[in-house]
Design a protein around this ligand. Structure first.
Ligand code: AMP
Length: 396
């Protein structure tokens, strides 16, 4: 059977048609800059990549193109379910949910927690319900995996009313990826995931570390929103909570402007004064660009601190996993991070680290080290698997 996986953003649509049992992907694609003149869609199928201009096309037009492609491949009638990535499920969702009017309403109630993401996810669900009226639709939440966090990890030291009335607590994100790579790491280590205490580092445009004990998340560096924690491409990660008030007073910026800048104009981009792209930063640092060097150094320092913090949550650490665009590709970041963590028992195998690139999962640690692994994440496959599982669909 095939599952259509949709990841709907405010101006983007990522999709894939996947066999949940094997992970085989029949077609995948990404529409970007929707609504703008430069809107385009990239399609990958049978090893061939095509790019279509969408000329200011909307989300609905991107969806029509997806349907046309499924028809062209004779795939539409073989799709048995649609799985949606939904960013915020609040405290309500600790597992994927078959979408009913009540579930959709509950996702809507989480909009204040993720004002940029959840509305786009809801629009994607509604579009898919129109496009595939007969098919079951499932919401797979980025927060659900972290609903197992103990209270000691998820509560902030703030007035209790904020927590009770407004849900001010730590939720954690990237759960789909952390769950997937923890499972893959257990397979690579040839041990049941239930026996393993793993630290997983998802390092993409957004970055977070998670502590996974026996396959369950017990801590995450991300909190109420995906802004907390590590330095990211354009997000600041942790700052002093007093920053907002101070900056509003001295600069006249509004809270909205400050939050927008912490999300979109901070992180690697701000530190380097150059770019949020780690590959470009490494190249610039190698050429002697001081801002790029500082950005990479601070990124690594805060990442190593984040990993050490996850060790506190676990007590005993059995392995570390790097994933995401940076985690899977940047030998420099991995080496510099492990170099800061000898006290946890990590020692690098230089040759294995240099050889580990995207598309190949493998170990990068020396024989006398705690295992450090590079694992290629596959969030689309995880969403397809969870969708099939919650619907009890049988494989092809
Ligand atoms: P993702 O969001 O998972 O696609 O990750 C995007 C991040 O991965 C960007 O910062 C990219 O610069 C980074 N990245 C991708 N390829 C490489 C590479 N070969 N070396 C360093 N960083 C990379």
């Amino acid at each position: 059977m095939w599952t259509l996986v949709l990841n709907s953003g405010s101006s983007s649509l990522k999709f894939a048609v996947i066999d949940p049992a094997s992970g085989e992907t029949r077609i995948s694609g990404l529409a970007e800059r929707l609504g703008a003149e430069a809107a385009s869609m990239r399609l990958d199928s049978d090893g061939v990549r095509q790019t279509h201009s969408l000329n200011g096309g909307s989300y609905a037009e991107a969806m029509r193109l997806v349907l046309a492609e499924l028809d062209a491949l004779g795939l539409r009638q073989d799709v048995r379910a649609v799985g949606h990535r939904v960013v915020h499920g609040g405290s309500r969702f600790s597992a994927p949910a078959v979408i009913t009017p009540e579930v959709l309403e509950a996702i809507r109630e989480c909009v204040p927690l993720a004002p940029l993401h959840n509305p786009a996810n809801i629009a994607g669900i509604e579009a898919a319900m129109n496009a595939f009226p007969g098919l079951p639709q499932v919401a797979v939440f980025d927060t659900a995996f972290h609903q197992t966090l103990p209270e000691v990890a998820y509560r902030y030291a703030v007035p209790e009313e904020w927590y009770r009335q407004h849900g001010v607590r730590r939720y954690g994100f990237h759960g789909i990826s952390h769950a997937f790579v923890a499972g893959e790491a257990a397979r690579m280590l040839d041990r049941p995931v239930s026996d393993l205490n793993l630290i997983t580092a998802h390092l993409g445009n957004g970055c977070s570390v998670s502590a996974v004990a026996g396959g369950r998340s017990v801590d995450s560096s991300m909190g109420l929103t995906p802004l907390e924690g590590l330095v990211m491409g354009t997000r600041s990660g942790n700052v002093d909570p007093g920053l907002h008030d101070y900056l509003a007073r001295v600069s006249g910026l509004t809270l909205t402007q400050i939050t927008a800048a912490l999300n979109r104009e901070s992180g690697l981009l701000a530190l380097s004064g150059l770019t949020n792209d780690m590959r470009e930063l490494e190249e610039a640092a190698a050429r002697g660009h001081d801002g790029a060097r500082l950005a990479v150094e601070i990124f690594v320092y805060r990442l190593a601190q984040g990993i050490a913090a996850m060790a506190v949550a676990l007590g005993r650490v059995d392995g570390l996993v790097f994933t995401g665009g940076i985690g899977e590709n940047s030998a420099t970041v991995r080496a510099a991070t492990l170099a800061r963590l000898p006290f946890l028992g990590f020692r690098l195998d230089d040759a294995a680290n240099t050889a580990a690139v995207r598309g190949q999962s493998g170990s990068i640690s020396a024989p006398d080290s705690l295992p450090a692994l590079v694992v290629n994440t596959n969030e689309e496959w995880m969403i397809a698997r969870e969708t099939a599982e919650v619907l009890s669909l049988t494989p092809r």
